[in-house]
Design a protein around this ligand. Structure first.
Ligand code: DGY
Length: 322
């Protein structure tokens, strides 16, 4: 690409939905046509070395050694609400602003959490797979019995925006909500929400859903000890980040039936899935679809573009995280 001196250079690490690509201001120079595969280490280095602004995804690891190449970079707009893929102190040291995409993916992620919860409790994917084999011979009183959802206890770990959106949806199922988070919710929309210590939430929940960011503190927050506190009839749902769960401990608990099942959208070593996990019938596995609706992914892209415009024009970034 021939660089035109007075036009800002934007590096997009991966192809974004078409409406987002179409909304990129014409006066930006896009560094290399984005393609739908992960950028290589060399492509990232080249992009970070030349760009004024970067849009990256949660699969791109933005560490200090990559940032050392970023001499002209002013903003990294992460196309995600979570930003554990970026070394924030290293970015701050270089004066690079980092932004994320909060709010716009809250409902999509909460909806998907419920899709997983319903699917694993009512054996939806198992049933679907069976019918497709053509071997189903009709209704029987004992066939594929799942677990009730209505009236049960929903436990939520991490009561931020997404945790609260998941809790609000529980009202339709007349569930009681117990949650563990650093602080109680100040004005809960539902007075049945109960703030409790983590251990109490673990022991009381019929469904336990994780909504914490991945940090040093939340890495392996759910391990052998925590899984052992859960009821043998309980289901674990994770739409946050894979490493929040010790996946080896989870596998043992599922195999030994010390918990009833799990619905997972994220994995400890994404995109690699432990082979033993995919052979278990009591799990539902999705490929990190939390925010994957067209409307949501477009809104996420537009926030990235708003942040870039603000920083390049000398205004403050609407959703800055560092
Ligand atoms: C996020 O934004 O952090 C989500 O995991 C993306 O789906």
């Amino acid at each position: 690409m021939q660089i035109i001196m007075d036009r800002p250079i934007v590096f997009i690490t991966r192809l974004l939905p078409q409406p987002v690509m179409a909304a990129i201001p014409r006066h930006y120079q896009i560094l290399a046509e984005p393609v739908d595969r992960p950028a290589t280490a060399e492509e990232l280095r080249r992009g970070f070395a030349q760009a004024d602004a970067v849009i990256c995804t949660l699969a791109d690891r933005i560490d200090a050694s990559l940032l050392a190449h970023a001499t002209t970079l002013k903003i990294i707009a992460n196309y995600a609400v979570g930003y554990n893929n970026i070394d924030l102190p290293a970015a701050a040291e270089r004066g690079i602003i980092v932004t994320n995409t909060p709010d716009v993916l809250t409902d999509a992620t909460a909806d998907l959490t419920w899709a997983l919860l319903l699917a694993v409790a009512r054996r939806v994917t198992e049933g679907d797979a069976w019918v497709r084999t053509g071997t189903w011979t009709g209704w029987t009183p004992t066939q594929m019995l799942g677990a009730d959802i209505t009236g049960k206890t929903l436990g939520i770990i991490g009561m931020g925006r997404i945790g609260q959106a998941v809790a609000q949806r529980a009202a339709g199922f007349r569930m009681s909500v117990h949650y563990a988070s650093r602080h109680p919710v100040v004005h809960p929309p539902d007075h049945s929400w109960t703030w409790q210590p983590l251990e109490t939430v673990l022991t009381h929940s019929d469904f336990l859903s994780l909504h914490v960011p991945l940090t040093d503190t939340t890495h392996h927050l759910i391990g052998q000890r925590e899984l052992a506190l859960m009821k043998p009839t309980a289901f674990l749902i994770n739409t946050s980040r894979g490493p929040v769960i010790d996946e080896t401990a989870l596998l043992s608990a599922l195999e030994a039936h010390t918990i009833a099942g799990a619905g997972l959208d994220v994995y400890e070593h994404e995109p690699t899935i432990a082979p033993a996990l995919s052979s278990l019938p009591n799990v539902v596995l999705l490929p990190h679809l939390g925010s994957a609706t067209l409307e949501t992914r477009v809104r996420m892209g537009l926030i990235c573009l708003d942040n870039i415009a603000a920083v390049l024009e000398g205004r403050s970034a609407p959703t800055r995280v560092n």
